[in-house]
Design a protein around this ligand. Structure first.
Ligand SMILES: N[C@@H](CCC(=O)N[C@@H](CS)C(=O)NCC(=O)O)C(=O)O
Length: 214
């Protein structure tokens, strides 16, 4: 058995953060496929009792530890390995600030927006989509501005703040109905820099469940 197991599925940008980090640090890891769409696995009592009471992926299993919330998983792996770790208190707090902003407002909106457009059982309410799109545009502009003066979110080095923020951004533009990289040039260049890191893989190549069987 591999040292780390990651509960995940290919369409989850939230899980991609953890899968990408594991791959970039060269960890001995294996995915555990979660049947989110057809089987509704994260909503079953079994999953919530045995895997994650919050009913979410990703979940990282490491020995007797079971961790959820991608920000916690990224922090754990950075602290254990020293890789992609913020250095010193100021950087640690700065990374946490961007990870929380990302979870709530950047990928926190991109994920549900993409879900409603591609995977929801019934067509989404246009007013809901318009609300999400407005928030997404505003928050991507904030990230783009930051990256206009920084190679990576904290500066010259990639850290867990970058691995959090890329979550949904490599999925195909058709899934969003707009091209994140083309519309936000600094984000586009930063995505290329992260993509150039040894061990980078696209989410559909890194986690099981693509293409989706309906
Ligand atoms: N903030 C969490 C978000 C996790 C999350 O929402 N995961 C989705 C899959 S992409 C999920 O498992 N949702 C289950 C549900 O809403 O029932 C993280 O970063 O780990």
């Amino acid at each position: 058995m591999a040292e780390y197991q990651l509960y995940c599925f290919a369409q989850s940008g939230n899980a991609y953060r953890a899968a990408l980090m594991l791959n970039l640090i060269g960890a001995d890891w294996q995915p555990v496929y979660v049947d989110f769409f057809k089987g509704g696995e994260t909503r079953t009592p079994k999953y919530r009792t045995e895997v994650n009471e919050m009913g979410e992926v990703p979940v990282l299993v490491h020995g007797s530890r079971k961790l959820s919330q991608s920000g916690v998983i990224l922090t754990y792996l950075a602290e254990r390995t020293g890789k992609f770790a913020p250095q010193g208190e100021d950087e640690r707090l700065e990374a946490l600030r961007w990870i929380i902003f990302d979870n709530q407002k950047v990928n926190g909106f991109l994920g549900p927006y993409r879900f409603l457009r591609n995977f929801a059982p019934s067509p989404a309410d246009p007013a809901v989509l318009a609300f999400f799109k407005g928030r997404i545009d505003g928050n991507l502009a904030i990230v783009d501005k930051r990256l206009s003066t920084h190679d990576f979110v904290l500066g010259r080095r990639p850290t867990i703040a970058d691995l959090s923020l890329v979550a949904y951004m490599y999925y195909p533009p058709e899934e969003f109905g707009f091209d994140i990289a083309a519309q936000h040039k600094h984000i586009g260049r930063w995505l290329e820099r992260v993509k150039a890191l040894p061990g980078w893989k696209h989410p559909y190549d890194l986690m099981p469940g693509y293409p989706l069987q309906r």
